[in-house]
Design a protein around this ligand. Structure first.
Ligand code: SAM
Length: 221
């Protein structure tokens, strides 16, 4: 069973990834609160943290908070004067996330904004918010293209953008696929192909969360 082996390999590298106790507690609190088990895996959270550190991110934007698990990994990449804005539709998810982030000691760095992300992003654009250095897009996949466009409006040259779940067990290659989320990814790919302001790649991944992939974008000068 290849899936079992993918999870075993993730677990083999677990000691190197080193999820901190607050990360474990964040996952546990989300599970206890009945939130869906759709957060990034620890090794993926660590990848986000490394990427944010590598670009020297001081300002991070996240679309899709859930229980704050990826949020915590990203917050740990920030300097003490850094900030992270995370957008979440569901007030219950936001509340669970805030409790965990406060418990983890990053409550002052992170603002969880409740509401449809398109509205929250629009408000950030309207307020001429200082551009973000790193953006993680991980909410409803139907609106991915919209999220990427709005993210670009909140970026500067050099901003790094990561989009999660863009492979979807390979379903993404089917132009007629009935799943809206697959079509959402395909619309994003159309938007990004030959886009004048972005260079991008997609990496397929396997692991404890199955077969999926990340898009990695860099905003051009
Ligand atoms: N990034 C989180 C992590 O890895 O720990 C997982 C996020 S989960 C995959 C997606 C989240 O997006 C859910 O909490 C869901 O409520 C939220 N969401 C769905 N539609 C949304 C919308 N229109 N605006 C903002 N958030 C939305």
């Amino acid at each position: 069973d290849p899936d079992a082996r993918w999870a075993q390999v993730d677990s083999y590298f677990g000691g190197l990834v080193r999820e901190d106790p607050d990360g474990t507690a964040t996952r546990e609190r989300a599970a206890e609160a009945g939130l869906p088990d759709i957060a990034v895996a620890p090794n993926q959270g660590k990848l986000l943290q490394l990427l944010a550190s590598l670009v020297g991110a001081r300002r991070v934007l996240e679309i899709g908070t859930l229980g704050g698990y990826s949020t915590l990994w990203l917050a740990r990449a920030l300097p003490s004067d850094g900030s992270l804005v995370s957008l979440e539709l569901d007030p219950k998810h936001a509340e669970v996330a805030r409790a965990s982030l406060t418990q983890a000691g990053v409550g002052d760095l992170v603002e969880v904004v409740v509401g449809p992300a398109v509205d929250s992003l629009g408000a950030l654009v309207a307020a001429a918010t200082e551009p973000f250095d790193f953006i993680f897009i991980d909410a409803d996949k139907q609106q991915l293209a919209r999220y990427v466009e709005l993210s670009l409006a909140l970026s500067r040259p050099g901003t790094a953008i990561v989009v999660d779940n863009v492979v979807r067990d390979g379903a993404v290659i089917d132009p007629e696929h009935p799943d809206d989320r697959v079509q959402g990814v395909r619309r994003m790919v159309e938007l990004l192909t030959d886009h004048p302001r972005v260079e991008a790649t997609v990496l397929q991944t396997v692991g404890s969360k199955g077969y999926d992939g990340f898009a990695l974008l860099r905003v051009l000068p």
